[in-house]
Design a protein around this ligand. Structure first.
Ligand SMILES: Nc1nc2c(ncn2[C@@H]2O[C@H](COP(=O)(O)OP(=O)(O)O)[C@@H](O)[C@H]2O)c(=O)[nH]1
Ligand SMILES: [Mg+2]
Length: 255
């Protein structure tokens, strides 16, 4: 009995992540990125940050080179042109897996994802394999300042994604999330197909199908005040079809 207690307490200690990487994809975020990085880094000393910039015409990439030169907790990947959110995250995941980060987080550059939630993610991941920041926890909407049409689209997209794929989460399309390294190692990143908001559904779906433990924490999502949204109709169309493909691959056991 004594031994069991001792071994489980050692196991619990081992689950506290020691290094975490926050990945932030950017396209034209020069008004936000410097302040975002500063606000992220003060949240927890274990956190480093990796920005994946897609050749932003507004000079975000040049600004990043300056910041990286001043702070060894900050890193950047430059890609030649706008190649999409999904492949930006995949590039970031690979970068993290080549290093010793125990935990990897995703977040947007535009302050819609408030960095004050980061310590809550790091706490929640101690007892989960993946943590999702949820705007619709228990059906309660915690979104501020979004146009009503955008909110309805997002809410309905979540109901639809849950109905088609069976993924048992409140917010499947959100982009504020946290993975244990083991989840990213278990998912074959070469086979992830989505590139827009469907990317978020696909990653969570693949983790769920591998029986990883998913937790959700409520977050307050605030619409951006600086810069503009890169949301497009083709991103919505991709998500509409992708959930059916996920279901199909899952039925055939090829996911
Ligand atoms: N690297 C990269 N980042 C992108 C791309 N599209 C969007 N982003 C970034 O992804 C995050 C979310 O995009 P955003 O336009 O705010 O989407 P919205 O919040 O859904 O309107 C922001 O940090 C964007 O700068 C892309 O093609 N490549
Ligand atoms: Mg945004």
């Amino acid at each position: 009995m004594q031994w069991e207690w001792a071994s489980s307490s050692i196991e619990a200690e081992a689950d506290v992540p020691d290094r975490a990487l926050v990945i932030v994809p950017t396209y034209n975020e020069c008004e936000n990125i410097r302040r975002l990085i500063a606000t992220v880094l003060v949240q927890d000393a274990r956190i480093d940050i990796l920005v994946v910039d897609d050749g932003s015409p507004d000079g975000t990439g040049t600004l990043m080179d300056e910041i990286v030169a001043q702070n060894d907790r900050v890193h950047v990947i430059h890609r030649a042109r706008k190649l999409g959110l999904g492949t930006a995250y995949i590039a970031g995941f690979r970068w993290a897996l080549e290093r010793d980060y125990a935990v990897v987080l995703e977040m947007d550059a535009d302050f819609s994802h408030d960095p004050v939630h980061l310590p809550q993610f790091l706490l929640a991941i101690e007892d989960a394999d993946m943590v999702l920041g949820s705007r619709y926890q228990q059906g309660r909407v915690t979104v501020v300042n979004w146009p009503i049409a955008r909110l309805i689209l997002s809410y309905c997209a979540n109901v639809y994604a849950r109905a088609v794929t069976g993924l048992p989460v409140w917010d499947a399309t959100g982009g504020f999330k946290c993975f244990r390294r083991s989840v990213l190692e278990a998912i074959d990143l070469d086979r992830v197909r989505s590139n827009g908001y469907a990317f978020q559904i696909e990653m969570s779906f693949r983790a769920w199908k591998r029986n990883f433990r998913i937790a959700e924490i409520p977050i307050v999502f605030v619409d951006r005040t600086e810069g503009t949204s890169k949301m497009s109709n083709s991103i919505v169309r991709e998500a509409v079809w992708m959930v059916w493909r996920l279901r199909w691959w899952s039925l055939r056991g090829t996911i």
